[in-house]
Design a protein around this ligand. Structure first.
Ligand code: ASP
Ligand code: MG
Length: 411
């Protein structure tokens, strides 16, 4: 039997009524002849509540007990979903992570899946079970303790099962009807995409992260798992939602497929550092050690052996970055005249696999921003993305103007 993975997020299993509605969709797929693996999240709000309780007892909690507590929300929905399916006369059984077992690393609260043996569940399918309901977000460490995969981890559970069971597709049911060309709250012209390439989805993480855990997209890309994001609140339709797939499965692509943004960025400039071999390593090594996620980097042309080095990072990491750089200065490993932080910037990016073969995208982007009187502070490009740092107060305007300029409202 072909296998289908169906994942239901928290809002899709928020109460018994919604679990029943989700189960009806499972029933439709079973009737088509699929063996279905259902991955469930905790009821919406549940995981936050559990995390809150842990923090209330112990701010510096033991991560193993954190996992023991926060993984429990999914156990409840897995059992309830199996019961509802059984009431519908669909042979179903629930599985907690350790029962499969979903083998993970022992990095508690952010474990990675290492292996999912298929024999247990396949044996049950062989005996007539039609649906395996698996608790998402959790696994078991080599030490035999329960682990969790990081917030939003049920998406990753779903993709990992789809890969392990060679599923025909992995349907991610959520409360939005797909992936949009940009945030519909910012541009009313935002359009739902029918298809998007894995690479684009990863680049659009700032929009997509709310829809899919980034890890799940990486995993889907690595194992070429067809992912479909769709709403569990709309009529069932074989073409609903957005298919996240390999480039080869997209017939024709526009040059730009999405405008992404990241609101809380900071730009930091080291004024007058010595331009010598090893200087970049001496600056960015300590930043990495301090856990600063450096994004864009610019080194200016040197004059008289000295240069300015600019980089961007999340605004809440500025203090950490300053501390690391002043410590490096103190120790003598780097030398600079001043460190200037601009905490009022945002990043806006145009993303599209079509950029690989089309020129003029950057020019059009810059022209559009200049027409709006928006000053560009830093530019960075990759094969399929052009990003700019601008003043945060112009972020919405920039997103709207670029969305219009690249005519993303048109299919
Ligand atoms: N329930 C977990 C969370 O809220 C995992 C998930 O739903 O993906 O993060
Ligand atoms: Mg989620």
């Amino acid at each position: 039997m072909p296998v289908l993975v169906m994942k239901f997020g928290g809002t899709s299993v928020a109460n018994i009524d919604r679990i029943r509605r989700a189960a009806k969709r499972v029933g439709v797929e079973v009737a088509k002849g699929y063996d279905v693996i259902v991955i469930v999240s905790a009821m919406s709000g549940k995981t936050n509540e559990l995390v809150g309780w842990v923090g209330e007892i112990s701010p510096l909690y033991d991560a193993r007990e954190y996992d023991a507590v926060v993984s429990s929300g999914e156990n409840v929905t897995a059992g309830l979903m199996a019961l509802v399916l059984q009431e519908m006369d669909i042979p179903a059984r629930s599985w907690q992570g350790w029962q499969v077992p979903v083998r993970t690393t022992s990095a508690h609260s952010q474990a990675r899946i290492e292996e999912i043996p298929t024999d247990n569940i396949n044996q049950k399918f062989g005996e007539g079970m039609k649906v395996a309901v698996v608790a998402g977000f959790q696994g078991v460490s080599p030490e035999g303790r329960v682990t969790t995969l990081g917030r939003g981890g049920s998406d990753t559970t779903a993709v990992a099962f789809a890969a392990a069971f060679d599923a025909e597709r992995c349907d991610i049911y959520t409360d939005v009807d797909g992936v949009y060309t940009t945030d519909p709250r910012i541009s009313t012209n935002a359009r739902k995409l029918d298809r998007i390439a894995f690479e684009e989805m990863l680049e659009l993480a700032s929009l997509g992260a709310k829809v899919l855990q980034t890890r799940s997209v990486e995993l889907a890309m690595r194992y070429n798992v067809k992912l479909r994001v769709l709403s569990s609140f709309e009529e069932m339709d074989d073409n609903a939602g957005t298919l996240v797939c390999a480039e080869e499965d997209i017939m024709e692509s526009k040059v730009v497929n999405g405008i992404a943004y990241s609101r809380d960025e900071a730009k930091m400039t080291l004024i007058s550092v010595a331009d010598r071999p090893g200087i970049a390593a001496a600056i960015f090594g300590p930043l990495a050690d301090a856990g600063v996620n450096v994004d864009m980097i610019i080194q200016n042309i040197a004059e008289e052996g000295r240069t300015d080095m600019t980089f961007s990072c999340p605004v809440d990491q500025v203090l950490r970055a300053e501390k690391a750089l002043f410590a490096a200065k103190e120790s003598g490993s780097i030398n600079f005249h001043d460190l200037v932080a601009d905490k009022n910037v945002a990043k806006v990016s145009a993303v599209g696999i079509g950029m690989r073969s089309q020129s003029g995208v950057a020019a059009k982007m810059f022209k559009t921003l200049s027409n709006e009187g928006i000053n560009i502070k830093v530019i960075a490009t990759s094969e399929i993305k052009i990003s700019v740092l601008i003043d945060r107060k112009y972020m919405e305007l920039a997103v709207q103007a670029l969305h219009d300029a690249f005519e993303l409202e048109k299919a």
